[in-house]
Design a protein around this ligand. Structure first.
Ligand code: SF4
Ligand code: SF4
Length: 145
């Protein structure tokens, strides 16, 4: 992803957006360390600036095709009942939260894991994030198994 506009960051822009530009009444945000905590809290309740809006745009563009939105739409089209959203969520625990142990423990408990994917592609056209789901599942399995 390209460099963010000066004066903002992932956590700061998201905190501004969540607390002033959405109807959310509560959010649970995992934070790694005091620096992230201070960065996040410093944006809470403050209105969006142009730099924050640009940062959100950049994150959204970066996520398209890369980050699962956890909508579960793909599940409706999977004859093999692969829990795509769960698997890709566990992958985020490992990569975003840097909690590989927890991610692997959760993955090991699945009745059907990424190996259940037959790569038929039936779900792909229904994904609003335009994820290449079979490839994403294979990558998740390589990380979590
Ligand atoms: S590509 Fe995999 S996850 Fe998608 S419908 Fe086919 S078997 Fe299910
Ligand atoms: S349809 Fe796409 S965004 Fe929704 S859960 Fe499946 S992979 Fe994630």
């Amino acid at each position: 992803m390209r460099k963010f506009p000066a004066g903002t960051s992932t956590y700061h822009a998201l905190a501004r957006w969540l607390t002033t530009a959405t109807d959310l009444t509560a959010a649970v945000i995992q934070i790694n360390g005091l620096d992230e905590f201070a960065d996040t809290c410093s944006g809470a309740g403050k209105s969006m600036r142009a730099s924050d809006a640009r940062a959100i745009e950049m994150m959204t563009a970066y996520a398209a095709g890369r980050v699962c939105g956890l909508c579960n739409t793909c599940m409706e089209h999977c004859a093999n009942h692969v829990p795509v959203a769960d698997i890709l969520r566990y992958e985020r625990y490992a990569t975003d939260y840097r909690d590989l142990r927890r991610a692997r423990a959760l993955y090991a408990r699945l009745e059907v894991d990424a190996r259940g994917c037959a790569a038929c592609g039936r779900c792909v056209e229904h994904c609003p994030q335009r994820m290449q789901i079979p490839d994403a599942l294979a990558a998740a399995h390589a990380l979590l198994a």
